[in-house]
Design a protein around this ligand. Sequence first.
Ligand SMILES: [Zn+2]
Length: 250
Amino acid sequence: MLVDTHCHLDQIDPNDLKTSLSADCVYLSMGTDKNNWQQLLRLNEKYSNIRIALGIHPWFVSDHSVDDLHFLYSLLSQIKVHAIGEIGLDFGLNHKASRDLQLEVFEAQLKLAHELALPISVHVYKAHNEVIALLKRYDVQGVIHSLGSSVNIAQQYVDLGFKFGVNGILLRENARRYHALVEHFDIRHIVSETDAPNIALPGRSKGHLKDIVVIIERIASLKKLTVAEAQRCLFNNANSVFKFIEECEV
Ligand SMILES: [Zn+2]
């Protein structure tokens, strides 16, 4: 069984989605803002191998009020979701202005994750110190998605029990930090993801769900494992965080 721990299925054309979903893969599709939560709930009902996360992405915090956080809480406590995500901090130039609000909304969602015992899927850009400080204060588990930090920073996430998500960036020749993380850490700290349709493989214009196959092949080759071994480890790693299947026999 393959697993894509971070994708945005509501951003894929429904006809394309139908043909690109594989029966051999479990997908965890991310929430980003209150406008896509209902759509994710519908996808979750329609396809047995789609799992969902709900949350407020740091890019969209300004569109949300405290009432929306209450609504999120009520959805999370009533419906079977597998994570809170995509949440986090992004202090890049385009999103720096909402810094304080991002901190507030991220912390509020960490509290929800702790209270509801749900894992989180984290987006972090130019904000590792702040994310690490907050994660130390809340007893939560999860994945740092698309991590491209130094080994030293990644080690701090790993020490907190977090895994990191590896996607198509790994196939870029110049993505040295991403290669270094996969080479340095034991595979048990890694999960596979496409972030489709956002992250494209080299030479392509957008990310595709089927990219998960070559992403796992590349992880296998960097870790000197067979593809089957890597697949099994990556599934078990993701399942240990997100509990896709209670008793895992793959
Ligand atoms: Zn994403």
